[in-house]
Write a protein that binds this ligand. Structure first.
Ligand code: AMP
Ligand code: ZN
Length: 114
């Protein structure tokens, strides 16, 4: 997707601070971190929102969570704890329409979210 920020990262036009990557997934630090550790995990395939996931994406969707576990270990928050969030559409505040799992940790996180 030419006009997608995260697809531009995947194409190398914008260079994120990558913390983990494999053939299907990339994880990089959020440019506006909301916690000491704030990493975004994206699939290398453009999928706009959770609503656009298909049954054939089952493995890819699962891989995003396996990547979250690896990111937590790599950034030192696996034991202290962390939150994963994927926003969908306006009410959740989704601003980039290429699905991404937020991994937040390194401080106590309040619940419920605002
Ligand atoms: P969401 O609001 O759930 O769609 O999350 C989008 C996230 O992308 C926000 O937390 C932004 O801070 C983050 N973001 C926007 N532009 C960049 C960028 N160039 N590099 C890293 N993260 C970004
Ligand atoms: Zn995209």
């Amino acid at each position: 997707m030419a006009d997608c920020l995260f697809c531009k990262m995947l194409a190398g036009k914008i260079k994120p601070d990558v913390v983990y990557e494999n053939d299907r997934i990339m994880a990089f630090r959020d440019i506006n971190p909301q916690a000491p550790v704030h990493v975004l995990i994206i699939p290398k395939k453009h999928i706009a929102t959770i609503n656009d996931l298909h049954d054939t994406d089952t493995l890819l969707a699962g891989e995003i969570f396996i990547a979250a576990k690896k990111v937590a270990a790599l950034t030192g928050i696996a034991e202290s704890g962390y939150r994963t969030v994927m926003n969908c559409n306006a009410d959740a505040g989704q601003s980039v329409f290429h699905i991404h799992l937020h991994v937040l940790g390194g401080r106590h996180l309040e619940w419920p979210p605002g």
